[in-house]
Every structure is written in C-alpha cells, then in structure tokens.
Design a protein around this ligand. Structure first.
Ligand code: GDP
Ligand code: MG
Length: 598
C-alpha cells in the first residue's frame, strides 16, 4: 500500500523563526538536492524572495526518507510565508496536508503570526509537530518557549523537537516524528479523480501548470480532465512532482502532491481552489475549496507608457494565476490615464505585485497611494462603496462615511507596553484587553481603523519596541468616522491620484506634511509650481516649488565623457518612473508621500 508511506506536511511559523532554513536542512538530510546545488533558503526560488530574505509563495517539494523502521517514505513538504499579507498562501498549503511543523524561535517565543498560523492549521484538523528552533543562540530559552507553546497555544509540547536549523541539530529527530505523528493520507485510489488545485503558474511553453493535491483517484497523461467549477475540459499532457525541480511521473494517485499540465492557454478558466476530476468518470461533487479573500487595500497601477495598457492587462491576468488574492479592474485617472484599480491583502502584497509585474513582465509602473474601502451613506438614502479617494462624493451629498476596523493583536515584552499603547492611542485605537503570556510578555488587543494600521504602523511599532513587538490583525466591521477627503492641487490643477481620505482631526497636520514632502520630491522645473491641499474649496495647506535658475544640464558638458554618459543614463532611468501631469513631471515617490504620516 503506497499511501501508507506518504506524509504531507507544511512548515508554519512567525516570520524569521527559521522555516526556510529548516526546509534546507530537510532537503539536505534526505539527499533531495546535491551539495553542489544546495544554497541557503533553496525553496525561496523567486529572485525577489532571495533579495528580501522572505518567503512570498508557498512551495511544494517531494523528498524520500529512509526511516529508522526500515521503510522508505515519500514526504511532500510545503514551505509557506510567515508575513500577515500572505496568510492566504498558508491556508491553501494547509488544505493539501495532514500535518504542520510548527517552528518557534527559542529566543523569541510565540509571536502573533505563530498563533495566527497555528490556528489555521488547527482549523484544518492538522497534526501539529512543534519544533523549537535556534537553540544554538546564547539567548535561547527552550524550556520557557516550551511552556509558552503549551500555555498560549494549548498544545502538548513536552516532546517538541529541540533544533538548530542553522547548525543541523535535531533534524533527524524531526523526520522521525513526522513519520510517527503525521497521519498518512486517506482517500480511495479506485474512486473517481478529485484533485484540489492549490496553486498555478503560467508557462509560455506548457501553458498553465497546476499544483495539485489528489484527494481521490489517479491521473495520468492522456486522461481527459474537467475543472469542476469552470466546466472546461482538457487532455493531460504531463504529470509530475517537484523534487525540487520538476520530475515527470507516469501517474499521480490519491495522497500525492504534484503538478499537472494540459496545454491550458485560456487563463480565465483556471482558478485556485477548483477541483479537477476525470471527464469520463467524474466525481459527483467538488472538494470544499477555499474561502474567497477580500482585499484590504486598493491602489491604482498605471503603465508609465500609456501604450502598454493592454500589456499590463495581460500581465495582471497571468500574475493572478500565481497570486489568487490579487484583484483588478480597469480605471481611468485624469492625471495618469488608463490603468487598473487593484485590490491587495496589504502593503507588502502590493509592493510584491508591483515588483513582480516589473521584473517578470518587463513593465514600468506608477502605483498610486493605497486606500482602504469606505462605505458611504448618502443623504439621498443610497449607499456607495468607495475604493478610490478621488471618487468620494461631495461632502454635501454625504450623510456618513464608515471605515473598516480591525482587531489588532500585539505581543510585546512588558517593558514596551506603554510605548505600544501610546502608539495605538495616537492612531485612534480603542483598547480592549491586556493579558500576560508569561512573566514578562504581554498580549495587547486594540480595535483600530485599518487605514491607520496598513500604512507605516508596523514600522512604528517595531521602532518603538526595539523590534520586539509582533502584530496580527483581522477585519472586524465598518464603523462611522468623521472623515474628510483632501485634494492636492498642483499648479492649480487637481491631481486625482493624490487625493486621500483622513480623519478630520488629522486633516491639517497631514496636509502640511504632505505638501512639504511633495516639495522635496518633485524636481524643480523652469517655472514656479504652487502645491495646495484642499478640503472642498477650502485650502488648508500650501507651498511653492521654486523654478530652477541655472540650466543643470549645462553642468554635464564639463567633465569626462564617461561620467557624462552615466549621468544621462541615470536621468533617463529616473524619467521612466515619472508621469507628466499637466506641465509637471511627478515621480513615483510623490504618489507614496501620503503613506508616511507623523
Ligand atoms: P523564515 O522567515 O521562517 O523562513 O526564516 P529563515 O529560514 O529565512 O531564517 C531567518 C533567519 O534566521 C536567517 O538569518 C537564518 O539564517 C536564521 N536562522 C534560521 N535558523 C537558525 C538557527 O537554528 N540558529 C540561528 N542562530 N539562526 C537561524
Ligand atoms: Mg522563509
């Protein structure tokens, strides 16, 4: 019985607790990759992940393990991201597994994302295998962390694996615990095919590559398959597993985690969460799939070159295959032309989408400042949802504006509780509770406007707690607030893409901040540019960008030709990320000026 020797598991943890490093050690120990191929955080195979040192995408690999009981096991390991913006990736990987390795840093202990991720795993009834990592650190306190796991999470940690992913300690014991504790997949091999699509990516040659977990049945090249939700049918061209490079297989069977290609070119037909079945012998109903994700923030994405609007559309469609949480629809801005209003799970997600579009699809983009969604009750009794500040109705037409509130969980050493509370209070937070996790760490809960949390709150939280605080948040409800729209006028023209919504009490100070910032960001031109901030027709802040006196380019003519070429090149590259609005050239940074408050 093949299935008896399969183990499917994910690794979950708070960011930086060592998931990817642990995955490296597991790959090494099982000889999945040769020494020559081995590199740090091997599963973070996107350039962006390697540069930033974070995992963005889930990643599934198959490995073989010869256990102490003398049997050969087939492991499917799914590495997952730890950042709050990517918990959607985590929940999808978990649905493909029977177990989860919970990694907790022996010096840091349980953090906000540890809890969030472990609850996702418990929701899916997964077997949890706790690992206390980084025991090599001088500040490690494994016994305390063991107690914390038991007290805060409420799972047995008495036989938690004591590990150092860095030094390769505890890896063998972990592999043995996976064999012993994680259940083998159940599921009938003889039943009609049911495979859950948990990820997908577009490949120019092979079409859509579907990452699947087979719940029942088998699949092989030549089979006619049907995507149960979309109804479309294809003939399978290839099946295989990632190990970690793709390896063709003759077939996949229930319990397996692998990939399927079927020359799928019409991207719109495939959705993560769909169930694949056999077209000739179909299953009667699909697997549960995933809950829809609602974007938390919206921003406009515009090509710097308007002619590339259609390229941007196609790229967004392809990227969405690999990033199911991304949403987009076309919009027009007076200032920026044709683009898309995109929905993201958070600012890191937004940043990653922009970077992936630029790198993987070779586009130059301008992103406008992100905004949350507002619910507007108009005086005429109708309701409106506003995802773009420039579309906020005139204040005379508005009865109330409601904004999204989140429940924020902040874990912090008690020395810093005062600083955290002050910050939350300043961001319109409403205190709920404070609980001691152990003798010196506290869990603080606040209700906060999402708009105050998504921008630079996390950075502020980190800097006011010397990096010790961790944060998680969940959307709660919409609450009415005294909000106003502030317009920015440049050279007396309203720049719609710079409008923002803020609480009335912050309108003056934020407007002053922003016009000052814009003054620093927008390059001088050969005429004076007045910058103004206005609520309705009332100007609440203003400044001027003076015209430049000397012709700066004349300077380039002096000096050596090499330097001159470099300077010109630099100017050209700088230009790319600029957008001419009326007569004024506005650089990308200007659209983000509203993000940094205080
Ligand atoms: P992830 O965000 O959970 O995937 O964490 P990474 O695997 O990227 O590790 C985060 C950082 O912790 C990296 O700098 C690792 O080198 C380091 N790290 C991981 N495991 C250990 C360990 O056992 N001991 C020590 N000292 N550092 C570790
Ligand atoms: Mg990682």
């Amino acid at each position: 019985e093949h299935q008896k020797y399969i183990r499917n598991f994910s690794i979950v943890a708070h960011i930086d607790h060592g998931k990817s490093t642990l995955a490296d050690r597991i790959l090494e120990m099982t000889d999945t990759v040769s020494e020559r191929e081995m590199k740090d955080q091997l599963l973070d195979n996107m350039d962006l992940e390697r540069e930033r040192g974070i995992t963005i995408k889930l990643n599934a690999v198959e490995l073989k393990y010869h256990a102490d009981d003398g049997n050969d096991y087939e492991f499917h390991l799914i590495d997952t991201p730890g950042h709050v913006d990517f918990s959607y990736e985590v929940s999808r990987s978990l649905a493909a597994c029977e177990g989860a390795i919970l990694v907790v840093d022996a010096a840091q202990g349980v953090e906000a994302q540890t809890l969030a991720n472990v609850y996702l795993a418990l929701d899916d009834d997964l077997e949890i295998v706790p690992v206390i990592n980084k025991i090599d650190l001088p500040s490690a306190d494994p016994e305390r962390v063991q107690e914390e796991i038991e007290n805060v999470i409420g799972i047995d940690a008495s036989d938690a694996v004591m590990a150092s992913a860095k030094k390769g300690i505890g890896i063998k014991e972990l592999l043995e615990q996976i064999v012993a504790k994680v259940p083998a997949p159940a599921g009938d091999v003889e039943a009609p095919l049911k495979a859950l699509v948990f990820d997908s990516v577009y490949d120019d040659y092979r079409g859509v590559v579907l990452s699947v977990r087979l719940a029942e049945g088998t699949v092989q090249p030549g089979d006619k398959i049907r995507l149960m939700n979309s109804g479309s049918e294809y003939e399978v061209t290839e099946v295989g597993v990632n190990s970690p490079n793709p390896v063709k297989r003759d077939y996949l069977m229930s319990g397996d985690v692998g990939y399927i290609t079927a020359s799928i070119k019409d991207i719109g037909q495939t959705r993560v969460g769909d169930t694949i079945t056999n077209a000739k012998n179909p299953a009667d109903k699909p697997l549960p799939g995933y809950r829809e994700m609602n974007p938390m923030v919206y921003a406009g994405l515009y090509p710097t070159d308007n002619a590339r609007f259609e390229d941007l559309r196609e790229s967004l469609e392809k990227l969405k295959l690999n990033d199911a949480a991304l949403e987009f629809e076309p919009e027009v801005s007076q200032a920026l032309g044709f683009g898309f209003r995109c929905g993201f799970l958070g600012l890191l997600h937004m940043d990653v989408v922009q970077e992936r579009l630029e790198r993987e699809f070779n586009l130059d983009l301008i992103t406008t400042a992100p905004s949350v969604t507002y619910e507007v009750e108009k005086s005429d009794g109708t309701q409106a949802e506003v995802e773009n500040p420039s579309e906020m109705p005139d204040s005379s037409e508005i009865k109330t504006i409601s904004e999204p509130f989140v429940k924020a969980t902040i874990m912090v050493p008690n020395d810093y509780v005062g600083a955290v509370m002050e910050l939350c209070q300043r961001r319109r937070g409403i205190f709920e509770t404070m609980d001691y996790l152990d003798d010196y760490r506290v869990n603080v809960i606040y209700h906060m406007p999402l708009s105050e949390i998504i921008f630079d709150f996390f950075d502020k939280l980190k800097s006011s707690t010397r990096g010790y605080a961790s944060l998680d948040y969940d959307l709660e409800d919409y609450r009415p607030s005294d909000l106003v729209k502030v317009d920015i006028l440049m050279n007396s023209d309203k720049v719609d893409a710079l409008s923002f919504i803020t609480h009335r009490q912050f309108a003056d100070s934020r407007s002053r901040d922003i016009v000052t910032k814009l003054k620093g960001i927008i390059p001088r031109q050969n005429f004076e540019i007045p910058i103004q901030a206005a609520v309705g027709s009332k100007i609440i802040a203003r400044t001027n960008i003076k015209a430049y006196r000397k012709d700066v380019t004349s300077k380039i003519h002096t000096g050596d030709p090499d330097r001159r070429a470099k300077l010109l090149d630099k100017q050209k590259r700088g230009k790319k990320r600029m957008k001419a609005v009326g007569k004024v050239e506005i650089p990308q940074a200007a659209f983000m000026a509203v993000l940094q408050t205080d």
